[in-house]
Write a protein that binds this ligand. Structure first.
Ligand code: HEC
Length: 207
């Protein structure tokens, strides 16, 4: 008896489905492969001798802030994929971050967190203290010449002069690493570089 009523229920569902054909849902992940993401909290140690002894406290405070604010989770190669390359800590990421939604925009715009080590050519070596401070607090990108889109600089906007100076002093005290990150990808362009996308979603009432 029990089996019989189940059969009826199935037949009913099947006929319902036949009456109201439903469009097959489009898989938004088609063409993508998902990789695990993580956060790196360890900031590299300052190099002894790269700063005046009386600035030790300031440099260590900068190290503490950089660790606390998670700069390395974006600016370290492999970190966004869960396999940080500590030899290149803070030396930029070749995994990008999309700044337009890849589910709506098939080829999103992508930026690559740049090299923050003091390397002259590929890092912040030739930047003035003011330029680093402006990137952090005002989102003024020196490389792209436009407002930084992904880094949460709005959240750093109220950082005190002392804290910014400590971060700058620390970034100048770490090992310079020569590493160029890929060029920014403009929306609509294709790329073979991996990227992540941070988004907040909710379902629409009328769907
Ligand atoms: C959520 C990821 C993320 C975090 C966290 C983050 N950044 Fe960035 N940062 C970026 C990206 C991406 C860019 C390039 C932005 C662009 O061109 O729009 C950038 C740009 C910069 C720049 C400008 C460098 C250049 O070459 O243009 C500096 C300096 C910088 N970040 C320092 C920091 C520091 C210091 C911290 C921690 C206090 C930090 N960032 C935290 C993603 C991040």
């Amino acid at each position: 008896m029990k089996i019989r009523s189940m059969t009826l229920a199935c037949a009913f569902l099947a006929s319902c489905a036949a009456d109201t054909p439903v469009e097959p849902a489009q898989d938004p992940m088609q063409g993508y492969e998902e990789v695990a993401a993580t956060t790196v909290l360890n900031a590299p140690e300052p190099i002894p001798g790269s700063f005046a002894p009386e600035n030790l406290f300031q440099v260590k405070r900068g190290e503490y802030l950089v660790e606390l604010l998670g700069c390395g989770s974006c600016h370290t190669d492999g970190a966004l994929e869960g396999v940080p390359n500590f030899d290149r800590a803070l030396a930029g990421s070749s995994i990008g971050i999309a700044f337009s939604n890849p589910m709506g925009d098939r080829r999103p715009g992508i930026v690559f967190p740049p090299n923050l080590t003091p390397d002259q050519e590929t890092g912040l070596g030739s930047w003035s203290d003011q330029q680093i401070a402006d990137a952090l607090r005002l989102g003024a990108g020196r490389h792209t010449g436009r407002r930084i889109v992904i880094m949460p600089w709005q959240g750093y906007n109220k950082m005190t002069d002392d804290d910014v100076a400590a971060i700058v002093a620390y970034l100048r005290s770490i090992k310079p690493v020569r590493h160029t990150v890929p060029e920014e990808v403009l929306p609509g362009r294709s790329t073979d570089k991996p990227f992540v996308y941070f988004g907040v979603y909710r379902t629409r009432d009328n769907d």
